[in-house]
Write a protein that binds this ligand. Structure first.
Ligand code: ADP
Ligand code: MG
Length: 713
């Protein structure tokens, strides 16, 4: 363990060293600003890099007065870092040349490697090989480089960098899309928000997302990490690095592309269509304490908020609006997002009576349009100040419409916040401009005062709800193996699909209660089977060709006597001959019926990246329709299974709803933990499992799985 930690720290300081090079060479540098190499070279010069710069070009002796060199091998000292956008087929040679002189890091902007198919992927493998054999690391290919204000190092050609001075901040950004990185940088800059480092990581042929996140965790200039992710290269590393970020107290926010892209719905189980690759990613983020975001701007807004107010705990929102309407809309959005409009205290109402009529003073939202006549706009300062000092307010949101003297208004809002913050009420103020250009003087004022603002209420709400999710992160419980389970891996006799009976047998071995039943081959056998079981009964068709039995009318419930079972089997046999004449019928399952009170679905599937996932939700036939599910990596502890259940909308039903008694959540959580271990134990051959439904009894009465199926390789 210790040596692993040491190695990691070692690797990390390596990257820190590589990202602070003593010399940088730009291959293809020029003075021409229409060219990529022209802009990279110019921005490098312009943004204060204080190491040695080597422009590499054969066409000129000097560029902007700096001596140029015809090749990497001709520079007086070997450049530590080289950036190149040479044609694809010259990259390998260029990398070889860099490695030969002892360059340590190369940024390859050139595209059309693994991003463009097989041939490119082969070439990409080769350039990594060449780099590694020369002990050189690579960023890219197919990236836009890096913007590191903290290191005064800019190696990127984006036109957003054509400004005199780049803002510096304490947010690190790692992006799989270079274009999105530049856009986010630009937008943040217009709002007065800066970064410590931004990395465009391209195809991640060598250095990958986790390497950069790992660097940022230890970087003294970074407080919060933002990331844009398209694919996770090393899932286990993601988990490892995310845990490191948690330990270091560095929030990690992630926006992942492909949120809505569900995997192809498999016919075998519900699970596959309920927990696609994005849900797997979310489950991994949850396990590691990464906050997932749906929007770049909200992610940057939240990151800025977290870096300025690391100890804020958000739940109750105080609102100061410039009009009634804007305040009410804000309240609606807050409630929709599951946040709470604050109920302000009597003290703040009293303080506000100086500026507002009593009814407005006691309200949330406060409508500043009702302010009493008075000097300047002291009411704005007073309103924010009173809300921030109020112990029942966690954050102040200020939706602004057009307003006379918006600049003075914003100066006052800022002053109110600053004063309260200086007195120890370290709470965020977020201003939302609902207007267009009329708000510009206000925006400028807020930039001057370092106050967070956005032009979208939706973005503000998304940031607030992300903030709350960050606050709510809890360390996961350790997952000790529950007792009463096989101590070894399950060895499967043959693979393929397992039907209800075999799967239930497996569940029973893991301590999951199942209902009693027997398989009969005809109506007479079924009658006899029933007489040895307790009424009432259920009869189900047993066929390898019928996966969802009730879809074809293959389940008959509430049979009160062995005779009814006999009749039901006859009818079922006839029905199958009619509706599924080609299905192989292995028999009829005669089972004890349990009282159906609450049906819960528990499924699992093996994600190609994150391994086995468990999915819980409302059970029965509505599961795919309602899509009220929660997903976790496996194994899961009983305690975490309880939290998982709490994420469901049907969680209320578990507590007893409208006269129904509370359910045995404890037993259900235990079953979920056991099933999660079963699928872990099934190992690589495990594909999918549906246990649907589990009938959950009242507190103390336990729960029972009445249907299950399993697919293995
Ligand atoms: P399938 O999912 O293949 O259609 P199930 O065995 O899940 O078939 O049965 C369908 C529904 O019948 C269940 O969702 C449940 O409501 C009910 N059911 C099945 N078995 C039992 C049982 N033993 N006790 C009570 N209800 C049952
Ligand atoms: Mg079922």
């Amino acid at each position: 363990m210790e040596s692993v930690a040491l190695n990691m720290a070692q690797k990390n300081s390596d990257l820190a060293r590589l990202l602070a090079p003593a010399s940088v060479a730009v291959i293809g540098a020029s003075e021409d600003q229409t060219k990529f190499g022209g802009r990279v070279f110019k921005f490098l010069l312009q943004h204060g890099y204080n190491g040695t710069i080597y422009p590499i070009t054969k066409s000129k002796e000097t560029l902007f007065g700096i001596k140029a060199y015809p090749s990497i091998s001709k520079t007086p000292t070997p450049p530590d870092l080289v950036v190149m956008a040479v044609p694809r087929d010259s990259v390998k040679a260029a990398i070889g040349e860099c490695a030969a002189v002892g360059t340590q890091l190369a940024i390859v902007i050139t595209a059309n490697f693994s991003d463009a198919g097989e041939e490119g992927a082969v070439l990409e493998g080769q350039i990594v090989e060449v780099a590694r054999s020369g002990k050189m690391r690579l960023i890219g290919p197919n990236c836009l480089g890096l913007i590191s204000p903290a290191n005064n190092l800019v190696l990127c050609a984006s036109p957003t960098l054509a400004v005199d001075c780049l803002p510096r901040g304490r947010i690190g950004l790692v992006s799989e899309s270079g274009a999105l990185m530049a856009a986010a940088f630009d937008k943040a800059m217009t709002r007065g928000i800066g970064f410590s480092h931004c990395f465009s990581i391209g195809n991640q042929a060598d250095l990958d997302l986790c390497d950069f996140v790992d660097f940022l965790i230890s970087d003294p200039n970074t407080d919060v990490i933002c990331s844009y992710i398209e694919s996770v290269k090393r899932p286990e590393r993601l988990l490892e690095v995310s845990r490191r970020a948690r330990l270091a107290g560095i929030p990690w926010l992630a926006l992942k592309a492909g949120r809505t892209e569900f995997g192809a719905a498999a016919a075998f189980s519900h699970t596959a269509s309920l927990a696609g690759s994005y849900q797997a990613f979310e489950a991994a983020c949850k396990a590691g304490g990464i906050v997932t975001m749906e929007d770049v701007d909200a992610m940057i807004l939240l990151a800025t908020g977290l870096s300025r107010h690391p100890n804020a705990m958000l739940e109750r929102v105080g609102i100061v609006a410039t009009s009634g309407g804007s305040g009410i809309i804000a309240v609606d959005s807050i409630v929709d997002a599951g946040l709470t409009p604050a109920a302000c205290s009597k003290d703040s109402a009293k303080a506000l009576e100086k500026y507002f009529p009593p009814k407005s003073a006691a309200a949330n939202p406060i409508d500043m349009g009702t302010a009493l006549p008075g000097p300047g706009m002291a009411f704005a300062c007073g309103a924010v100040n009173a809300l921030m000092r109020d112990t029942s307010v966690d954050v102040v949101l200020a939706p602004l419409t057009t307003f006379q003297d918006i600049e003075i208004l914003c100066d006052n809002l800022s002053a109110g916040a600053r004063e309260a913050q200086a007195s120890g009420y370290d709470k965020p103020l977020i201003v939302v401009f609902l207007s267009g250009q009329a708000g510009d003087p206000g925006r400028e004022a807020l930039r001057r005062h370092d106050v967070l603002y956005t032009d979208s209420l939706d973005e503000a709400i998304k940031a607030l709800s992300g903030w709350r999710r960050y606050n709510a992160l809890t360390p996961q419980h350790s997952t000790g193996r529950p007792t009463g389970m096989p101590s070894q891996r399950v060895s499967l006799a043959g693979g393929g699909a397992f039907g209800e009976r075999e799967t239930k047998e497996m569940l029973a071995r893991y301590g999951v209660a199942t209902n009693r039943g027997k398989i009969a081959s005809d109506a007479e056998e079924a009658r006899q089977a029933a007489s040895r079981l307790t009424a009432p009964y259920v009869v189900k068709i047993v066929s390898p060709d019928i996966v969802h039995k009730s879809d074809v009318g293959g389940v008959v419930v509430a049979l009160d006597s062995p005779n009814e079972v006999y009749e039901a089997v006859l009818a079922l046999g006839q029905k199958m001959t009619d509706v599924r004449p080609n299905a192989r019928i292995d028999g009829y399952s005669v089972q004890e019926m349990h009282r159906v009170e609450l049906e819960i679905f528990v499924g699992a599937r093996r994600d190609p990246q994150f391994g086995p996932l468990i999915v819980v939700g409302a059970g029965g036939i509505l599961v795919e329709f309602i899509k009220d599910v929660a997903v976790s990596l496996c194994p899961i502890s009983k305690e975490d299974a309880v939290s998982l259940l709490r994420n469901l909308s049907i969680s209320k039903l578990l507590d007893g709803f409208r006269g129904s008694r509370p359910r045995d959540v404890d037993a259900l959580a235990d079953v979920i933990a056991r099933i999660s271990w079963l699928v872990v134990d099934l190992g690589e051959r495990f594909v999918e499992l549906d246990v649907n439904p589990i009938l959950v009894g009242e507190v103390g009465k336990g729960c029972v799985a009445v249907d299950a199926r399993l697919l293995t390789e």
